[in-house]
Design a protein around this ligand. Sequence first.
Ligand code: ADP
Ligand code: MG
Length: 393
Amino acid sequence: MKRTVKDLVNLKGKVVLLRVDFNCPVDTLGRVTDYTRIIEALPTIKYLIKQGAKVVIMSHLGRPDGYEVRMSLWTVSLILMQKLNSKVYFSNKVIGPEVRERIRSMNNGDVLLLENFRFFKEERACDMAFCRELAGMADIYVNDAFGCAHRKHASTYGLARVLPNAIGLLTEKEVSVIGGAMEEPKRPFVAIIGGAKVPDKIKILKRFIDKADTILIGGAMAYTFLLANGVTVGDSVTYLDSVSVAKEVLQLAQEKGKKILLPIDHVVVRKNDKRQKKIVTENLAEGMVGMDIGPKTVKLYAEEIKKAQQIIWNGPVGKFEDDKFREGTLKIAQAVAQSKAFSIVGGGDSVSAIKACKCEDKINFLSTGGGATLKFIEDGSLPCIDVIQEKIR
Ligand code: ADP
Ligand code: MG
């Protein structure tokens, strides 16, 4: 078990370097369009304030190439100020004499947000001299950026190597919920896996074959698996290089006695006229493109979902961004919501799909992680969490 902020004693007056994930979506004018990540970071920030720490917050936003005004965290500092209902200071530098002076003048419980770390090349390079300079201004490092815990950068990884450290409350929750569900699943454990990129999902599928009882495959992924089973898929999205691995995955499931289900019908459109949709069962003719799972598949999958005690879902089962192909994902979300199972949804697009279907209240746990969540399910650990000190018992 990793040490958490709650295990840290005597925080009063201590300078805490807190890494959070404020990588919020912003529009072309740099306005934040979704506050979720800011809200998720609040419990740890509030806890540190209450303990009388001097809270110096670090984050990244987007993928800037040097300084880009649109990706400045200054706007986030204003939103944070509203959410905390107290003053938040902002610094456009992250190291150097001015920052040192700013920190020196902080009172207990003050909050200072530093500029987007990705404006500085040392961040991605995990430059240890840079880390030591930051560490020299602080007493403790806390990592609550679960969504970035798969990337070994200065503010997510390097700092943990040079300062006493702990994880924050959000990271603790993610690790205990997802880690617990993978290591000690309630059974039957049903995994739903969709999305598009088969090569990215092979590892997670193998892991689910190990840990889950039933695997339901949907989304564009399904077509590569159907091909592997000798079904014709028309002009649906496929990954021909992955057909052999798909065969291997199906074989593996059989060997381990795990149930793996593929769609039995599809919502399809014509390749050269995407307006008219229709339902096709089994083989898709040439020129047909599968965009969503069909009603029979929904029914089949819903029966499995009904039997589940635990569900982990990654990847939408159809091209949900388009209203016409949202039905499958919506129906699966409703089935998950109605089941008695403990449900977890993880992955960037999966969480967006749940939100687009307005089903977020019906899911027990929506992971904030995206790529980090997938990596955590695959490997059972993440480098930036591994580097944190263990709890002292
Ligand atoms: P996540 O981010 O949740 O891990 P992915 O990135 O793997 O999920 O996949 C999400 C994408 O897959 C979405 O953009 C969705 O539109 C797309 N998708 C799902 N089903 C289909 C399909 N049948 N054809 C094309 N794209 C699809
Ligand atoms: Mg995605």
